[in-house]
Ligand binder design. Structure first.
Ligand SMILES: [Fe+2]
Ligand SMILES: [Fe+2]
Length: 463
């Protein structure tokens, strides 16, 4: 009877490992993680083999016992019992570490997020968003000059979204949450195709190597009204482990002084959505209540006068670039007038210099190049920004400028072993972001380090 019980425990442990693996692979991004990260790929394979071996051994033990064999069967019985205990403990521990959602924290300050689509005066609508630990009702008073309006929530909520619509270009606005601190922001001008924005990627908050002090310093430069930035784009890997709420809290503590006053847009990185992180990414970066007009919570289009941003979902490689997203992207690209600016923002890179890391080729990515660059060339995309590779690089191919700016807070990649034929300029060992000024038919693109110094600059013509 007791032996029978041990057999069923072993079957249960083996099934538990398989259920755990099925759950892990059902999560957004795990297939990419398996393909790109050689170490974790081995861990997944080892776990699957462990479950198969346990299943075979426990059946073998039962068969030998039925034949009343002794000797080696005792060793086998102990091995099955040890593996049974491990087979139950390992999935439970890993599930507890990554699978149980922590409570969402209250926001340090409100964020001003760019809405997708086009506003009624060619300026994107904005959303003031913040979280509270308990469900509460709040109000936002906002306006420009002496005119103001107040929005109040009708029922208690934990995630709060207030839409600021019909904004006028080149106008200073202010807002207050519950009559407290006043935040000010200025909308971009839409005359003459002038726009000034900053792009950063791969801050990896929560990683031991990330430099929060330098990230904070660079945010201060961008938020300084004297530097006149209109918009801010984060291209992913904002946190190291997206499933850890603590890292999101750390990120927004550093981000709050800037995202409350510079309208911000977040693209998703593979680390943000890692093993259940997608839910947190959506909660903090595209909360329920923010309208969607042009795509999904992972890809959207934002129009600022004649400058059009297509924020796409490209995480590990091209796994997240679905057929649906491909059709959406081509439809958007086809609708943008040739003389306007078309700027693509996303996490994963296309052309890049680099080396092989953990068995993956971290340079000229054949999957993203094949799936996306023909569209960029066909529709005359002007600039394509990405991160993912922790380096600074500018590459040009067939009239399209590719910018890699994955050097905001985390450590650099190793020195490149492969130089992309499309590379124009490459640099590592800097903490930096990109400062872009679109002005008429030209854009000035400046790579700035953590002291706001120019590392290099380029003039990009409208393609
Ligand atoms: Fe990264
Ligand atoms: Fe990444």
């Amino acid at each position: 009877m007791k032996k029978n019980l041990f057999f069923w425990f072993a079957i249960f442990a083996s099934a538990l490992v398989f259920i755990f693996l099925a759950w892990a692979f059902s999560l957004h991004g795990t297939i990419g993680l398996f393909r790109v990260n050689g170490i974790l790929r081995l861990a997944f394979i080892a776990l699957a083999l462990f479950a198969i071996v346990l299943l075979i051994l426990c059946i073998l033990e039962r068969w030998w016992l039925s034949k009343k064999q002794t000797g080696w069967v005792r060793v086998l019985s102990w091995l099955v019992r040890i593996m049974t205990v491990l087979g139950i403990i390992i999935p439970i521990l890993v599930f507890v570490y990554i699978g149980i959602p922590g409570s969402f924290a209250a926001s340090e300050s409100p964020q001003l997020l760019m809405m997708d689509g086009i506003g009624s005066n060619d300026v994107p609508d904005m959303a003031v968003v913040f979280n509270t630990i308990n469900s509460t009702t709040n109000s936002v008073k906002w306006g420009s000059g002496d005119t103001s309006a107040t929005f109040s929530e009708e029922k208690p909520l934990k995630q709060h979204v207030f839409m600021l619509r019909d904004l006028q270009p080149d106008t200073e606005y202010w807002y207050q949450v519950n009559d407290s601190q006043t935040y000010r922001f200025k909308t971009p001008s839409v005359d003459g195709q002038y726009l000034h924005f900053a792009v950063f990627s791969d801050a990896h908050f929560g990683d031991a190597a990330s430099r929060n002090d330098l990230s904070s310093k660079m945010f201060q430069y961008i938020a300084d009204p004297a530097n006149r930035f209109n918009l801010l784009f984060s291209l992913g890997d904002l946190v190291d482990y997206g499933f850890k709420d603590k890292q999101w809290q750390e990120a927004f503590k550093v981000l709050s002084p800037i995202t409350s006053v510079i309208p911000t847009k977040y693209a998703a990185g593979n680390h943000d959505t890692l093993l259940g992180g997608l839910k947190r990414y959506e909660t903090y970066c595209y909360p329920v209540g923010m309208e969607l007009r042009t795509g999904t919570r992972l890809w959207q289009r934002i129009d600022v006068g004649k400058v059009h941003f297509l924020v796409i979902d490209l995480e590990w490689s091209a796994e997240s670039y679905t057929h649906e997203q491909n059709i959406w992207l081509e439809t958007q690209l086809a609708s943008i007038p040739k003389d306007d600016w078309t700027i693509v923002m996303g996490h994963g890179f296309y052309y890049a210099s680099g080396s092989v890391i953990e068995g993956w080729q971290w340079y000229d990515n054949p999957e993203t190049i094949q799936k996306l660059t023909p569209l960029f060339e066909k529709y005359g995309v002007d600039m394509v920004f990405s991160g993912h590779a922790h380096q600074l690089e500018l590459l040009q191919k067939s009239g399209v400028t590719y910018v890699i700016c994955g050097a905001f807070g985390s450590g650099s990649e190793p020195e490149r072993q492969y130089i992309s034929p499309e590379s124009v300029w490459y640099s590592i060992n800097h903490f930096a972001f990109v400062d872009v000024t679109v002005n008429g038919s030209e854009a000035r693109l400046v790579f700035r380090d953590s002291d706001y110094n120019e590392l290099n600059s380029f003039i990009i013509p409208n393609n």
